[in-house]
Design a protein around this ligand. Structure first.
Ligand SMILES: [Zn+2]
Ligand SMILES: [Zn+2]
Length: 206
């Protein structure tokens, strides 16, 4: 019989290989999107910097919405896969299910599904900021994969990111909200909104 330690080591090797392939897929997809927007459309440095900031907030909101409304929808293939990540965390199989996608084509699909509306806007309006959005989205995705892996599997994280890892581990421990994985910006906004609706609901009930 194969021991848990052997399974754990094998799954970790497998998970690291998947993470590396996803990283390459993200770099390649992001580079293609940046290249298309710089090669075929006008751009400005100020626009790209603005797009970079926009892309960061877009990626954060996308992460929240995907995790909350798709991965925790209670049904569907993506939800089922995500529940495997939740249920295997303390098993020797955990590392196999920590990455966003077990196939790098899933990462390519993610990039082009998110990139399509921005490319459409670029095609219509010839705006000069789209390359910044794609660059930012790519960096965000790579950071998300790496931080998520290290939060679960261990590994060095800078001190200022440790509360971020805790934020995600609380999501796993209590399954009550906290859908951002490493920067809880939309969690914070949604929390404020929930508080406000609860307060106004209480006042209406008085
Ligand atoms: Zn989850
Ligand atoms: Zn997780």
């Amino acid at each position: 019989m194969i021991s848990d330690d052997v399974i754990r080591a094998e799954r970790k090797t497998q998970g690291l290989r998947i993470k590396r392939n996803n990283l390459l897929a993200a770099l390649l997809s992001g580079s293609v999107l940046v290249w298309i927007s710089l090669r075929y459309f006008p751009f400005s440095i100020a626009g790209i910097l603005g797009g970079f900031v926009l892309g960061f907030f877009y990626a954060n909101a996308f992460e929240y919405c995907l995790h909350r409304f798709v991965l925790h929808a209670g049904r569907g293939v993506f939800c089922e896969q995500h529940m495997v990540h939740h249920s295997t965390l303390s098993s020797p199989e955990a590392a196999r299910y920590v990455n966003f996608s077990s196939n790098p084509l899933g990462v390519v699909a993610l990039f082009f599904a998110n990139g399509a509306p921005f490319l459409f806007l670029l095609w219509i309006f010839h705006n000069g900021w789209t390359a910044g959005v794609f660059a930012s989205f790519t960096i965000y995705y790579i950071a998300f994969e790496e931080i998520h892996w290290r939060s679960h599997m261990g590994g060095w994280l800078p001190k200022w990111l440790r509360p971020a890892a805790r934020h995600h581990l609380l999501h796993h421990a209590h399954d009550t909200g906290r859908f951002n994985v490493f920067l809880p910006i939309v969690d914070w906004l949604a929390g404020g909104f929930r508080l406000e609706t609860r307060t106004s609901g209480d006042e209406a009930g008085k």
